[in-house]
Design a protein around this ligand. Structure first.
Ligand code: HEC
Ligand code: HEC
Length: 286
């Protein structure tokens, strides 16, 4: 009886050791994979030199709104927590009013379009996979705008990685942006002027992420085929949609209403019109 109990206790003990060993291996794996991701260095392809001009700063303000810089970096671009976990991982979008005065043009463009920070590592949770499509002139305008702002103190503390955040990195749920940027999608030197070309440029940068590369929809849950949706809009109704978030088709536009009220309402009227012209020019699906 006594002997049987000892045997059972030993078996329980052996199981506990096995569980502890597996847990240790998992922790070691997550630590080493996430450290590799956080410290991986990336090489730049084509940095950009910006000549700040005051008119560009105005355009840059508008472009920073349209691109959601304010949404993540805070109302004054002084930094904001964009990800906070139960176990203490905290991802902070940097204070751009400080970085704008500390970093070179090449460092800032590289961060925005390639997702590579000034220390050579990747940004996490910043959509450079979309920003890579921005033209040199748009990026230059955004930088001119950032530089026109006075430097202000950081509004949020620093990014901090804890075990749960590291596990999300190791599993690829928080991806390393620089590794995903498609450098062959790099934007043109100048933002196109003609409505058709401008509409295409804007649509590829801002709509394809959800509506698909050919705008046929379904890239994210519920995103419709824009070649069909546009049929329901007159130019005036489309302009109304993009300034108020009130759609036409009647099944409700939850995501779009949020996108428009947060970012797209900052598109200039001429830009909204060019999106309209471009969407109307597309062949209808058969
Ligand atoms: C979805 C959120 C998000 C959006 C939108 C966003 N950023 Fe960021 N950005 C971040 C985060 C988070 C970091 C810090 C990443 C890190 O430390 O890994 C960052 C870092 C940066 C950096 C610092 C790179 C460095 O050298 O340390 C710059 C510059 C920057 N962002 C500029 C911009 C600009 C300009 C825009 C708009 C065109 C923008 N960001 C839009 C989240 C965002
Ligand atoms: C974050 C994802 C997302 C982005 C980015 C996005 N859309 Fe949408 N869009 C949706 C979804 C989802 C719907 C379906 C209705 C809803 O839930 O808002 C939709 C619906 C629409 C509709 C149909 C509206 C109606 O009346 O039913 C139009 C038109 C449209 N989008 C145009 C655009 C254009 C143009 C852009 C780029 C400037 C864009 N969308 C960017 C997700 C997106």
């Amino acid at each position: 009886m006594k002997y049987g109990m000892m045997l059972r206790q030993r078996r329980v003990f052996q199981k506990l050791i096995a569980v502890a060993l597996i847990a240790a291996a998992a922790i070691w794996g997550i630590e080493s994979i996430s450290t590799k991701i956080l410290t991986a260095h990336y090489a730049t392809v084509r940095p950009l030199v910006v000549t700040p001009v005051s008119s560009a700063a105005n355009d840059g303000n508008q472009l920073a709104h349209v691109n959601g810089c304010f949404g993540c970096h805070g109302d004054h671009l002084t930094g904001r927590v964009v990800f906070n976990s139960l176990f203490g991982t905290r991802i902070v979008a940097s204070n751009l009013t400080r970085l704008a005065h500390q970093e070179t043009d090449a460092q800032l463009t590289t961060a925005i379009r390639y997702g590579i920070k000034h220390d050579g590592t990747s940004v996490i949770e910043m959509p450079s996979t979309e920003f890579v499509r921005s033209s040199d002139s748009d990026v230059a305008a955004i930088i001119a705008y950032m530089r026109s702002l006075p430097e202000r103190p950081d509004a949020a503390s620093k990014t901090r990685w804890r075990f749960d955040g590291r596990a999300l990195l190791a599993m690829g749920i928080l991806p390393s942006e620089a590794a995903m940027v498609n450098t062959s999608a790099l934007g043109p030197p100048q933002t196109p002027e003609s409505p058709l070309a401008r509409g295409r440029y804007i649509t590829e940068a801002h709509c394809s992420g959800c509506h698909g590369p050919d705008l046929s929809g379904k890239t994210i849950e519920g995103s419709p085929d824009l070649r069909l949706s546009i049929e329901h809009y007159s130019p005036t109704a489309f302009a109304h949609f993009f300034s108020t978030g009130e759609g036409q088709i009647g099944h409700g536009t939850k995501t779009m209403t949020k996108m428009i009220r947060g970012r797209f309402k900052y598109f200039a009227a001429a830009d909204v019109h060019s999106i309209y012209i471009y969407l109307r020019s597309l062949d209808q699906p058969i």
